[in-house]
Design a protein around this ligand. Structure first.
Ligand code: C2O
Length: 544
């Protein structure tokens, strides 16, 4: 249960740009949310200390809504939504650092107060070495999974087989590797520096760097087992129509790459649906155009600010899940749900505690990692990385290919070539997929008959919700647009982390067809994969 306060925010720096409250917004846009499988609901979010900015709360049909959220929303009055999430952060933030492995717990199911029935804590080791990237010799080559040949797969299968055959207590054993993901995701670790909080590397700006390190060691372990220092993981090229089918070798029953816990209707030749939600299946004819538009949105359209791509700031004192970036919450999450069993808990891929037990996880994430590299290449002269030490100096623990526990930093992940691997060059067909508006904006808004946002939220999202949102400025010059992007910010999204949740957002849409994501009116989505332990999180999304 939670609140949705939504707004147009157009501050480029996070600081107030204009006293927008004095502008009479003369123009509204229609804002539509479509629930395709929405199991969450929202109610008023009373943060507590609102007196200064919000003398009164707004009474709505759903109850009281914290007026501060609304005001903040309306044009970034007091410093834009980005500041809301860091309410908890100490004044002098410090980067997330490695957890104390000896304090790893099995975690608790917060709904039932029962312990998790799996233990994903890694072996404890006394000696931790600060990892130095080894000098780059011959590059590891990561091929597109649909283009790699039988010889390559023979090696890959052999390596995974050997990894599965390692002693169960060896930290390089396949199950131990899968548990590394569970431990960093299912709240088994305390946050060093603020032990009241649990550590979570998803839904925040550590998503890309942490997973890059995770794959890096997984790959090196495989390479060592087959004595091939150039071995590179294959990427499941699901952003390209040629690679959208699950790579066939993963579906071979007797392959070490096979996993029985998958949605059987999504095995080859089904096309991966990057906007997947199990409640309303996408018309198969729409999958390819939708996927390309989803990719365009995540990689180009909705990511002018770093945090839009990477996810929200996460430092010591930040509660888990401050907010995911575009790829994390979109295509990445959709495919987790698409591959996992069609059950409420979605094992293996569709549930974070079990997801890395499916060998396809590593090819899925290798593509996510590749998209990070691609995105950096598309940025041109714009900044590609957060300059903050809070990001760069964050560190994590992994076991390397020699079973040595090592401490690694975000700063070393910025260049995959320095990490010794490159990607096969493939087409980026989605780059051409900039959708064009079909309906005049003013017409969509005026004919919608939708109520004003502030009279509707908070709202339980169990059907299509349409509202008018005031924009900070009626018309913006080309220069304005270059200087700062206009964003739709949806904050106070409260979801149960044990459920698969997704909703789509459309702007100025007319016809409400839920699977037409390949049109300009589609702004983006929120989605999450279930975690084993149920807990309520509050999060937000920003859509360009
Ligand atoms: Cu760590 Cu795709 O999740």
């Amino acid at each position: 249960m939670a609140s949705l306060a939504l707004s147009w925010s157009s501050t480029a720096t996070g600081l107030p740009s204009q006293p927008l409250f004095s502008i009479k917004p003369p123009h509204s846009s229609t804002y539509t949310t479509r629930t395709r499988r929405c199991t969450w609901s929202c109610k008023a979010n009373n943060g507590g200390q609102n007196e200064k900015h919000s003398p009164q709360n707004v009474e709505t049909s759903q109850g009281k809504l914290d007026r501060r959220n609304l005001l903040l929303g309306m044009g970034g009055l007091y410093g834009a939504a980005a500041n809301l999430v860091s309410d908890r952060s100490p004044a002098l933030a410090t980067p997330i650092t490695s957890p104390d492995l000896s304090k790893c717990s099995t975690g608790t199911n917060l709904n039932t107060q029962q312990p998790l029935d799996v233990n994903c804590c890694p072996p404890v080791s006394k000696e931790i070495i600060d990892y130095k990237l080894p000098p780059v010799g011959k590059m590891r080559f990561r091929p597109a999974a649909h283009l790699a040949g039988e010889d390559y797969y023979a090696k890959f299968e052999k390596a995974v087989e050997l990894m599965k055959a390692l002693p169960p207590e060896d930290p390089r054993n396949f199950m131990q590797q899968a548990n590394v993901h569970c431990a960093y995701c299912n709240l088994t670790y305390q946050q060093t520096g603020d032990p009241k909080l649990k550590l979570q590397i998803h839904n925040c700006w550590h998503f890309f760097p942490w997973h890059r390190w995770y794959l890096y060691f997984f790959e090196r372990i495989l390479g060592k087992l087959i004595d091939d220092p150039t071995f590179g993981l294959p990427f499941w090229n699901w952003d390209n129509p040629d690679g959208m089918i699950m790579p066939e070798v993963f579906a071979r029953k007797h392959s070490p790459l096979f996993d029985a816990r998958r949605n059987t209707s999504h095995l080859p030749p089904a096309l991966a649906d990057l906007a997947y939600s199990s409640k309303s299946p996408t018309n198969p004819k729409k999958i390819i155009p939708n996927n390309l538009t989803v990719m365009y949105g995540e990689m180009v359209r909705n990511v002018s600010k770093l945090e839009d791509f990477y996810g929200a700031k996460y430092v010591v004192g930040t509660a888990p899940d401050p907010g995911p970036g575009s790829v994390e919450r979109g295509s990445h999450m959709a495919l987790h749900g698409w591959v996992g069993e069609n059950t409420p808990t979605g094992e293996d891929m569709g549930n974070f505690y079990s997801t890395a037990r499916d060998p396809i996880f590593y090819s899925h994430h290798t593509n996510v990692d590749r998209l990070w590299t691609v995105w950096r290449g598309l940025r041109g002269p714009k900044p590609k990385d957060f300059p903050d030490s809070d990001w760069l100096d964050a560190d994590f623990l992994f076991y390397d290919e020699n079973a040595q526990l090592v401490r690694v930093k975000v700063v070393d992940t910025l260049d995959n070539e320095k990490m010794g691997y490159v990607y096969q060059d493939v087409d980026l067909p989605w780059l051409k997929n900039r959708p064009l508006a079909r309906v005049k904006k003013s017409k969509a808004a005026s004919s919608s008959g939708a109520p004003a946002a502030e009279t509707v939220f908070p709202v339980k999202l169990n059907k299509v919700v349409k509202v008018l949102v005031k924009r900070p400025k009626k018309s913006r010059s080309k220069k304005d647009k270059e200087k700062e992007e206009e964003l739709l910010v949806i904050e106070g999204i409260e979801v149960d982390t044990a459920k698969f949740v997704k909703f789509d957002v459309f702007v100025n849409d007319e016809d409400d067809k839920p699977d037409e994501l390949d049109k300009a009116e589609y702004a983006g989505c929120y989605s999450q994969v279930p975690h084993k332990n149920s807990t309520k999180v509050k999060t937000k999304i920003r859509l360009g």
